[in-house]
Design a binder for this molecule. Structure first.
Ligand code: GRF
Length: 212
């Protein structure tokens, strides 16, 4: 059975979705860069080993990433899942976990890489927003895309309501992506595109606002 380590910084609702998805793998540990991350308690309640590597204890990104890698490698994971992990990782760290490191990002990448995705989507007046599970590469938020979910932006949406509605979909697609990874369903081709080893179901069309 493959092993996963999950990295968090805060609430950890995506982590919780992974813990409760009955995945065909062992969730070996949850590691946070913040001792006060609420998700650590949730992980402990699920009987998962936890560790804290605080970025504040290190002078630079390189030394923090080296310590983080040390904490991760104790578990020899096949997959390292970033779930609301709010630190930018060095190229050295990303390359060390090449093909194993995945992230969930709250936008339909390549649109809205970076921070404040919901506010930026609302500011631009887009009618469809979404989230993306992707492999992490040195190019921030631009690694090979595994799965995306799209939701309509509603006329009275605020950053808060849009984020909350999207989070529900994040909790559906992240476990699916990890399930595929654990089942060896995914490969990345020389274009940097994710292909599936066996055919997948076609998703649904979303038109927003709806047709009359
Ligand atoms: C999620 O929207 C995730 O996509 C983003 O940060 C948020 C974390 O939420 N990277 P949680 O900690 O998983 O609840």
């Amino acid at each position: 059975m493959k092993k996963i380590v999950i990295l968090i910084s805060g609430v950890g609702s995506n982590m919780q979705a992974l813990l409760e998805a009955n995945l065909p793998c062992t969730i070996a540990a949850v590691i946070s860069n913040r001792a006060e991350a609420e998700g650590l308690e949730t992980a402990r309640r699920h009987g998962i080993a936890t560790a804290v590597v605080s970025h504040k204890d290190f002078a630079d990104r390189e030394s923090f990433d080296a310590a983080l890698a040390g904490a991760i490698d104790v578990y020899r994971p096949d997959v390292v899942a970033l779930a609301g992990f709010m630190r930018i990782l060095t190229t050295g760290f990303v390359n060390r976990y090449r093909g194993k490191l995945v992230n969930i990002h709250p936008s339909l990448l390549p649109a809205y890489a970076g921070m404040h995705t919901h506010a930026r989507a609302l500011h631009d007046g887009v009618k469809i927003h979404g989230c993306t599970v992707h492999f992490v590469t040195a190019d921030l938020d631009h690694g090979p895309i595994i799965i995306q979910a799209a939701i309509p932006v509603l006329p009275d949406d605020t950053e808060h309501t849009l984020a909350a509605r999207l989070l529900d979909q994040e909790h559906r697609v992240y476990p699916q992506a990890i399930r595929w990874l654990c089942q060896d369903q995914i490969e990345v081709d020389h274009h940097g595109h994710v292909n599936f080893r066996s055919p997948r179901r076609v998703g649904n069309t979303l038109i927003s606002p709806g047709l009359e």
